[in-house]
Design a protein around this ligand. Structure first.
Ligand code: ADP
Ligand code: MG
Length: 287
């Protein structure tokens, strides 16, 4: 039978907007020593602002239009921000052959012309020489008709509680905080430094995130547990691989909420340490 205090623990958590899917997760949560995060949508708001369009020969408005059209089927926060910056309705009849390459970007045909929008890795994959960008920000490189056409610089903001979330995990005695991201090293290092996250791995594909979590699982003491926190845009596999997967509920995808063991209803990263504290308190009552 399930001890009563587990019900109290789950109830207490849910009043804080922390949905715990089963009492066994409270037991695991209480033993958390490693907390591993995704960046976009987890530590950052995942709401990008277009901060500049830098082009080769193509007109700025045209480059943005190509980006918005090529991204029109993507639910990635980058896509949403490009749609907003474009500001016009998308004429879907102009877009065909849309392909989203997870952790890289998108390719499509616009008016029959091949267009690619994504990071440096996407350009490398397509064999398109691109210009390095020296700004700090997430870069969407654009290729049109097989040639480099310029880039769009966008930036994200930290969540208001992100820094406090890390501090409170340290106060709770968490041994290690790690950030994993598909974004560039430059952006990743800056965010990690601002938040005080000790370890950071960047330019990872979704599968690389799984391998990284597996390495960390091996490295730690077997009794110590590892939590992964993500917004779920292509991190459902990592959420299930960790000892505990925590998903952002408001911004997160259905797949992430499904794959997660714990869901934070309001996307507040400060609730991570709160969940651990509730779980520990509950276990002290059980034993
Ligand atoms: P994170 O690990 O920060 O959550 P993702 O794995 O979703 O990021 O994406 C990693 C990187 O891949 C992004 O920073 C971006 O450079 C690129 N990318 C992914 N999806 C898109 C897209 N739809 N359009 C443009 N770039 C994208
Ligand atoms: Mg993500």
């Amino acid at each position: 039978s399930i001890p009563l205090s587990f019900f109290a623990g789950i109830g207490g958590a849910s009043r804080e907007g922390i949905l715990v899917k089963g009492s066994n997760y409270l037991e695991t949560l209480a033993q958390t020593r490693y907390v591993v995060f995704d960046k976009t949508g987890t530590m950052t708001q995942g709401v990008f602002e277009v901060s500049g369009v830098h082009h080769n020969e193509m007109e700025e408005a045209r480059l943005l239009e190509y980006a918005a059209l090529a991204e029109s089927a993507s639910s990635h926060p980058i896509s949403k921000s490009l749609q907003k910056a474009y500001g016009k309705a998308i004429d879907r009849s102009r877009v065909t052959d849309i392909e989203e390459i997870s952790g890289n970007g998108v390719t499509a045909k616009i008016d029959g012309i091949p267009v690619a929008a994504g990071n440096a890795k996407l350009m490398e994959r397509l064999g398109i020489p691109y210009k390095e960008c020296h700004h700090v920000g997430t870069v969407v490189h654009m290729a049109v008709n097989g040639a480099y056409a310029g880039h769009i610089l966008i930036s994200d903001l930290l969540k208001p509680n992100a820094k406090e979330a890390i501090t409170s995990l340290k106060h709770a005695g968490i041994e290690k905080t790690v950030m994993l991201t598909g974004d560039s090293k430059k952006v990743a290092d800056q965010v990690a430094k601002e938040l005080g996250i000790g370890e950071v791995y960047s330019e990872l594909l979704p599968a690389d995130k799984v391998s990284k979590v597996e390495e960390l699982l091996k490295e730690k003491n077997a009794k110590a547990k590892l939590v992964f926190v993500g917004d779920g845009i292509n991190d459902a596999p990592v959420l299930s691989r960790a000892d505990i997967g925590i998903a952002m509920g408001a911004l997160g995808s259905d797949a992430a909420i499904e794959a997660a063991d714990v869901v934070l209803m309001d996307d507040d990263p400060l609730k991570i340490s709160k969940a651990i504290r509730i779980a520990r308190k509950c276990m002290r009552i059980v034993y």
